[in-house]
Design a protein around this ligand. Structure first.
Ligand SMILES: C[S@@+](CC[C@H](N)C(=O)[O-])C[C@H]1O[C@@H](n2cnc3c(N)ncnc32)[C@H](O)[C@@H]1O
Length: 286
């Protein structure tokens, strides 16, 4: 029987993924193999000649089959790095995207030592937990309509040792706040669903067929959730408070119009991501 070495497996799988139209075939092969061997990608490179045991081969083969059926690598490995932190993810939550780091970076420019912040639609907890790790003195609340997603966020908060500084609430947008005595925040942040019904069928199958629909879809123009957040946010902001939202690639002008037509807002900034796409909107109240 052929002895498969680490390098043989990476090369064979890369070619197979290429033939199956998997984007980033070499990276995916390396991530899946390092997961099966419980090691880092760097260690794979240092052990190219190492033979791989049959039980590891069998596990790797199963992951290859699932990847070819478009299961995202992060769901197969249960890991995704976001803002240099390691997050547990599974099919209950959206896989955090690098674009969302732009929102976190901009919120972290706030210099106030004390700050009350709420993350709406926290999913894996990527935004709230990255902020909590970097601003241990801030008071954070994180909400989601999905109880399943909140379980994942809580698990990540425990892993990053900030569970005691984060309050998790389940419910639709601002509804869970109605039970609190006088909720007022310096920051309301969100990466809400923003895919339009027209765009949804054309998403990559990895996304469309595997990530939660509630995390993606937001009505005919993708603006349903963004519009609701911008409408209600002023009631929950302190004077001078800000809403920071991730938006869809073509939403900049519409979102600016929504903010500018609401007299509660006195400022609106649109920020590009590192691909030059309008990605974050920050609206300020008086
Ligand atoms: C695009 S995902 C963002 C997840 C995470 N914040 C991130 O950036 O990776 C949107 C999240 O909003 C949640 N969500 C969708 N509609 C909601 C609503 N009406 N109220 C609260 N959360 C909602 C989804 O369950 C999902 O977790």
């Amino acid at each position: 029987m052929k002895t498969w070495r680490v390098l043989d497996l990476i090369q064979w799988t890369t070619e197979y993924f290429k033939r199956c139209g998997i984007p980033g075939p070499r990276l995916d092969a390396e991530l899946l193999l390092s997961h099966v061997l419980d090691t880092s990608r760097l260690q794979l490179y240092l052990r190219f000649e190492m033979p791989v045991y049959p039980e590891h081969l069998a596990a790797f083969r199963e992951l290859i089959k699932k990847r070819v059926a478009h299961a995202p690598v992060s769901y197969l490995t249960n890991r995704k790095e976001f803002f240099s932190l390691d997050f547990y993810v599974d099919s209950r939550v959206l896989i955090p995207r690098p674009e969302t780091e732009v929102l976190v970076e901009n919120v972290l420019q706030t210099q106030e030592p004390q700050c009350q912040l709420i993350d709406i639609g926290t999913g894996s907890g990527a935004i709230a937990i990255s902020l909590a790790v970097n601003r241990p003195e801030w008071e954070m609340t994180a909400t989601d309509i999905s109880a399943d997603a909140l379980e994942v966020a809580q698990k990540n908060a425990v892993a990053h040792k900030c569970a005691d500084r984060l309050t998790f609430l389940q419910g639709n947008l601002f509804e869970p706040l109605e039970e609190l005595p006088n909720p007022r925040f310096d920051w309301i942040v969100s990466n809400p669903p923003y895919v339009s019904t027209a765009e949804y069928p054309s998403l990559l199958p990895d996304v469309r067929d595997h990530e939660p629909e509630t995390a993606l879809l937001a009505g005919a123009d993708g603006l349903d959730v963004i519009t609701c957040i911008l409408e209600d946010a002023p009631r929950f902001l302190k004077p001078g408070g800000r809403v920071g939202l991730e938006i869809g690639h073509n939403h900049g002008p519409d979102v600016q119009d929504i903010v500018q037509s609401n007299s509660a807002y006195v400022g609106c900034q649109v920020i590009n991501d590192y691909s030059g796409v309008e990605r974050v909107v920050i609206a300020t109240v008086e």
